[in-house]
Write a protein that binds this ligand. Structure first.
Ligand code: VG1
Ligand code: CO
Length: 560
């Protein structure tokens, strides 16, 4: 080192040792929703200290941060890189000892969870609005994960919210921006900032869970897949795992380059938004397996040739076939699903003789069950499935799980579904979303539903009898905490259900979600179109809640 360099290094040290405490005033609307704080990008960019206030509120909830490890990464959306620089400076000022930051600011949500767990971090900050659109006019989001790698539970998000309402200063240091584009270690003051490969730890975990040899053999013997990364975070993960490690041809991937605006698309892997993939899978000469994942890589959609696998069914199939996968060969301790998810997995659990838990919407509610080993697999109707390998839902993991079981069973996706329904019966299932409706109208609709709870009990409706109507409340069996008002359930005597709830991830008005389910044991009736099979209940759902009348909408915006 030259004398000049030594002098510079010393100066560098002196500058960064100065921790600035910047005065700020609180915002009243930093309450995390179903999965972190989500707002329009503009909201974060144009309001001074909006991001800083929330980050400081997160840091203030972490007691043992001195010298501790913090993971930082995101889904590559617009504003990620600037936000990460702000967070790095604040983390140094707040005394963290080691920062693990994904190269180019990239870390999928499940990869961040894996990294937090592997390196025993005290938590992680994930910058993502997940399936919400990106770009300067799109959405931005930030969420905090705890040392178990999972989304912060309600008692912590409440604490963050409380701090955010009382904040008067945030801490930062004045340093140059860190080069996020190169894998390197930067020592600044007492903090080591490591720019890490966002893929390798995760890829290793996948390799230790699934039978890569068997999947590779299948992919090399002409089995064709098509994976749509939707220009979101899973591109580099899919390239490394599906192409480099498993030998799928590079053409098997679509939209594999992460873009800050997701190429103008809506990175939500469902029939409406992943239509490019859907057309391929329902077209001539379709591949054997199609899959897509969302903005931050925790969701998945599975398609066979001319066949769509509903996410609730996917969870049930994974549970029923888990013993075929090396990582789950010893069986499952139990399973869990969010309340609105169909009861398909319940039938599997019953047959396996294992427990099945029903939790509120949002992955944070699975954390305790996974930590206590009460469950091994869990999932949500919203294209999310996962297991105890991390504490988040995991898109590519689900695709690999399917590939592993397809390699073992050597049947088409459609035949696997047919067999499954034959054995367990079919839960016809749909979700109707009414997006960006007036918040007041949405609240009134929900209050009207709540008022009807007593009068709906045992009521006859269009030839069906209501067995139970309530506003779902969850008692966590591990920490005994309760979460109320988690959705209105109308359950009929034949097991059919209509569920209503308002989304906690939207950034515009309110989104009403209506979930409809009906059980059909008779294999002769397993080939109906879902909307036709559920038409009675779709009508009833509208009658009970007066959806059309109140929202002035004639049909849902998205049907899945
Ligand atoms: C939605 C889904 C929920 C999921 C959440 C986060 O929440 O319904 O099942 O856990 O998104 O997923 P809501 O409150 O809008 O219904 V993600 O991939 O956006 O992190
Ligand atoms: Co997501």
């Amino acid at each position: 080192m030259s004398v000049l360099n030594i002098r510079l290094a010393i100066r560098w040290q002196r500058i960064i040792m100065e921790i600035h405490s910047i005065p700020t005033t609180p915002f009243t609307d930093q309450k995390p929703g179903t999965s972190g704080l989500r707002k329009k990008v503009k909201y974060f960019r144009e309001q001074k200290s909006y991001l800083e206030n929330f980050v400081q509120s997160i840091f203030d909830t972490i007691d043992e941060k001195k010298g501790a490890t913090l993971v930082v990464g995101g889904d590559g959306r617009f504003f990620n890189l600037q936000a990460i620089q702000i967070i790095i400076k604040m983390a140094i000022a707040n005394g963290f000892g080691r920062l693990l930051v994904g190269k180019d600011g990239i870390l999928s949500t499940p990869a961040a969870s894996a990294v937090i767990r592997k390196y025993k971090a005290c938590g992680g900050i994930i910058l993502s609005a997940s399936h919400n659109p990106g770009g300067p006019d799109g959405d931005f989001g930030i969420k905090f994960n705890t040392p178990n790698g999972g989304p912060a539970p309600e008692k912590i998000t409440e604490k963050i919210f409380t701090y955010s309402k009382n904040i008067f200063r945030y801490k930062t240091v004045e340093i140059n921006d860190i080069d996020l584009g190169t894998i390197a270690i930067h020592q600044i003051g007492n903090c080591k900032i490591e720019i890490i490969d966002p893929v390798s730890d995760y890829a290793e975990l996948m390799e230790s869970t699934f039978d890569f040899d068997k999947i590779r053999t299948m992919l090399q013997s002409g089995y064709r897949i098509c994976f749509d990364a939707m220009h979101a975070v899973t591109g580099p993960y899919a390239t490394e795992i599906l192409v480099n490690r498993l030998g799928a041809p590079a053409e098997s991937l679509m939209n594999a380059k992460p873009l800050p605006d997701f190429g103008g698309g809506h990175p939500d892997p469902n029939l409406a938004h992943a239509h490019e993939l859907v057309e391929i899978m329902f077209g001539d000469n379709a591949p054997d397996l199609g899959a897509a994942s969302d903005g931050d890589g925790d969701r998945n959609m599975i398609l066979g040739r001319h066949c769509f696998v509903s996410p609730s069914d996917s969870l049930a199939v994974l549970a029923a076939n888990a013993a075929l996968v090396p990582g789950y060969a010893n069986g499952l301790t139990g399973v869990a699903r969010s309340m609105p998810t169909s009861q398909a997995v319940d039938h599997v659990a019953k047959q396996l003789g294992i427990a099945c838990f029903e939790t509120p919407t949002g992955w944070k509610f699975f954390g305790n069950l996974l930590d206590e080993n009460l469950i091994t697999l869990c999932g949500e109707e919203s294209f999310g499935t996962g297991s105890n390998h991390v504490r988040e839902k995991d898109g590519l993991w689900a695709v690999l799980f399917w590939l592993n079981l397809l390699a073992e069973r050597k049947q088409s996706v459609a035949d696997i579904m047919k067999d499954h329904w034959q054995k367990f019966g079919r839960n016809y299932y749909t979700r109707h979303d009414y997006e960006a409706i007036d918040s007041k109208v949405a609240e009134q609709l929900m209050s009207h539903l709540r008022e009807q709870i007593p009068s709906l009990q045992q009521k006859q409706l269009g030839g069906y009898t209501v067995q139970l109507c309530d506003d779902f409340e969850y008692l966590d069996p591990v920490d005994q905490s309760t979460s109320s008002n988690q959705g209105i359930r109308v359950i009929f005597t034949d097991g059919s259900r209509i569920v209503y709830r308002l989304s906690g991830t939207g950034t515009e008005g309110a989104t009403l979600r209506v979930y409809i389910e009906k059980y059909e044991p008779d294999p002769e009736k397993h080939d109906l179109d879902t909307q036709v099979a559920l038409s009675d209940f779709i009508r009833l759902a509208d009658d009970i809640a007066q959806i059309r009348q109140r929202t002035e909408r004639t049909q849902p915006d998205v049907i899945t």
